[in-house]
Write a protein that binds this ligand. Structure first.
Ligand code: 0L1
Ligand code: MG
Length: 262
């Protein structure tokens, strides 16, 4: 840890205000080049603490930058982890107000809901599949608070991995009933296919992202609780959206979910 508590609190307040006021900022490592990975996650934790103190409920967890396409798009080599909120949850077919966001993008995700808690270290795909209740499709709306997407991974982690809005729905399936590696994923914007892929784009198997999250939390003395919902990360690169856009995600065997941007 390189930053003191007061600096962590100040940066968390700044980033959360940027999120709540849809205002962009320069990446925080510009002013704090010595910031380390623990600092980045401590800032994210402080943002979570601030939200909970105001009555926000944590709706789930997320893994980000888990697909090779996303890693390439962002020029990074490691996934990152964050959380999603109750106010970020949009009903299937519901509206996302672009005026509340800075420069939103959408990404198609396989979403896990856990039956049992999972704690690392040593968590692997087998443990994840045994602990999963069901999976379903989801669209994550990410909205980096950094101006012109000029960021690095530590700044992104502090900014709660760009979490903004999400929709889940479609059909649920037990993990034993689908091969998640070969699940076809098609995302459409205004009726045109804008990205497509298969589950294996997420670290070879989306359950790997959940195992990495359990190991990440385990290293901090935490766990994935039973009942948790987890976005396992974009299967494809993220696609920019604007007011007037309609986005639909179709996932093989899992139905579809959609969002309107207004
Ligand atoms: O969910 C994610 O993949 C996190 C992405 C963070 C970087 C970005 O804003 O694109
Ligand atoms: Mg995502």
């Amino acid at each position: 840890m390189k930053l003191d508590k007061a600096t962590i609190a100040k940066l968390a307040e700044h980033l959360e205000n940027c999120e709540l006021n849809a205002q962009d900022t320069l990446k925080i490592t510009d002013d704090h080049p010595d910031m380390d990975w623990d600092d980045a996650y401590l800032i994210q934790e402080e943002i979570k603490r601030r939200k909970i103190a105001r009555g926000t409920k944590i709706a789930g967890l997320k893994a980000g930058l888990t697909s090779f396409a996303k890693m390439k798009q962002m020029g990074v080599e490691t996934p990152c982890f964050g959380f999603v909120t109750d106010y970020g949850c949009v009903p299937d077919g519901g509206e996302v107000k672009v005026s509340e966001l800075i420069h939103p993008k959408v990404e198609p995700e396989i979403v896990f809901v856990m039956k049992h808690a999972l704690k690392g270290p040593g968590c692997h795909i087998g443990a994840v599949l045994a602990a999963t209740d069901f999976i379903m499709p989801g669209i994550e709306v990410i909205d980096s608070r950094y101006r012109d997407f000029k960021f690095d991974l530590k700044s992104v982690i502090a900014d709660n991995t760009s979490a903004a809005r999400f929709v889940v729905g479609g059909q649920i399936k037990a993990p034993a009933d689908v091969d998640m590696r070969t699940l076809g994923v098609v995302m459409e914007k205004n009726g045109e296919v804008v990205s497509l892929g298969a589950g294996a784009a997420v670290l070879g198997h989306p359950a790997t992202a959940i195992a990495m999250l359990a190991n990440h939390l385990g290293a901090r003395g935490q766990e994935i609780p039973a009942g948790a919902m987890i976005l396992s990360g974009g299967v494809t690169e993220a696609v920019a959206v604007a007011a007037g856009d309609n986005v639909t995600l179709r996932v093989q065997h899992l139905g579809s979910v959609s969002l309107k941007f207004v």
